[in-house]
Design a protein around this ligand. Sequence first.
Ligand code: CA
Length: 227
Amino acid sequence: MIRGVRVLIVEDEVPLAKLIRQGLLQDGQLADVAVRGEDALWMAGATPYDVICLDVNLPGIDGFETCRRLRAEKVTAPILMLTARDAIEDRIAGLDTGADDYLVKPFDFGELLARLRALARRPAAAPRLVLRVGDLTLDPASHRVRRGDTDIELSAKEVQILEVFMRHPGEVLSRLQLLERAWDASYENRSNVIDVYVRYLREKIDRPFGVESLETVRGAGYRLRAA
Ligand code: CA
C-alpha cells in the first residue's frame, strides 16, 4: 500500500467512521473524519486529500449533493461513494455526480482498502495535450470539454469515458474495452453502465449541436466518428 495517503472519510455513523479511520491509520495512512457533507466541503477545500470516502446517507446535504458540490468547487480528489442501497440506479446516480467508484454497505474492510488504494494510485492529472476530434476538444488536465466555442458541462466519469473515445477516434470500442479503460479492471460486469453513459454523453456533446458523432455499431460497441 502507498504510505501516507491522506483520506477524508465522510460518514455520520461515528463508530463506523472511527473504525475506518483506525484501519487506515494502522495501514500507515492519514485520515480525517467529517460527519456532515457541509464539513466535507470546507475540509476538502482546505486540505488536498488524495482520496475521499463519501457515505450517501448523511444528515443535511446527502452524499450525492456533497459530491456534486465538491466537483463544482474543483475538488479533483477521487471519490469512493458508500451506499447502503444495492440498486444500480443509485450507483449510477453516484457516478454521474462525479464520483469515481462505489462500495455497497456492509462492506469488507479489505475491499474498502483495496478500492481506496486503487483510487489513490491514479496519477494526478499531468498537463497533456488537448485532445481534438472534429470541433470537439477535451483538455485532460482541466477536464474542460468544448464543441466549437461552447463549453460543455460533464461529470468526471463522463469526461473519463469521452477521453477514451477521443484517444481512439474512428475506432469501434466494445463495452468491455470502455469498461476496462474508464473503470478499474476486474469489477463485475457493468456493460449496461456504458450504455447509460453513452446516452448521457449524446445528450450533452451531440444533441444540442445537432450532430451524431457517437455512433452505435450494432453487436460491437460504440465509435466516435473521426473528423
Ligand atoms: Ca450514514
